[in-house]
Design a protein around this ligand. Sequence first.
Ligand code: AP5
Length: 226
Amino acid sequence: MEASVQTRPAVLILLGPPGAGKGTQARMLEEKFGLVQLSTGDLLRAAVAAGTEAGRQAKAVMEAGELVSDEIVIAILRDRLAAEDTARGVILDGFPRTTVQAQALDRLLEESGQEINAAISLEVEDAAMVTRISGRYTCGTCGEGYHDSFKQPAEAGVCDKCGSTGFKRRADDNAETVASRLEAYHAQTAPLIAYYDSHGVLKRVDAMGEIGAIAASLEEIVAGVR
Ligand code: AP5
């Protein structure tokens, strides 16, 4: 009789500065591979909108473009990882962002017998960030992401995904906050590239090209590590 093979859910990390395309690519990988996108930015914005204690503490920090405390973010991610749907495998978008968060993730995964399949660094030039972020908007209903120049809906003003006509822009998508977000990235998050390299799971992707071409590179990586 053949032994049954237990496959562990995939754990993928998308690393990259604000506007690198983490959310755009995570949603495409989610669709392609049936994984679940976990964006700590989205979870924090939901906490702010719901007026929870964590949301109240995070609001001003996010508006200033700084990083929310490790304690709050790790607690939010731990709760989300405990949900049943994550058994399909996850794409972490915007987490971890500090060495403390990376070490906390290692411990959380160890407790559940999981490990990181790949930490993919989306590599982009700082100059591209401001253009990408200042042109970004999302569907107010399903969250599909768009850009004034680079990704417009097929029919102007109508979401390709859900047909909604309501769109929104993020409060922290302004030139001043973007500068602080980039500074936080270089000081606190970029060191994680070396962290994951030393753990043997780092993959680098040139993310300056066209969205579809970058998606194809990512699909190849993900297919190879699952
Ligand atoms: P978060 O929501 O994670 O924002 P971010 O990291 O600043 O990243 P973005 O969402 O801005 O960019 P993205 O890489 O997803 O790009 P996107 O795909 O949208 O965090 C927000 C805040 O929450 C933080 O500042 C912090 O305060 C807090 N926070 C979150 N997580 C935290 C954590 N772990 N610890 C502490 N604090 C935390 O693309 C951008 C635009 O460009 C879109 O319009 C898109 O259509 C377009 N685009 C994408 N790819 C391309 C391409 N290849 N060419 C042209 N245009 C493109």
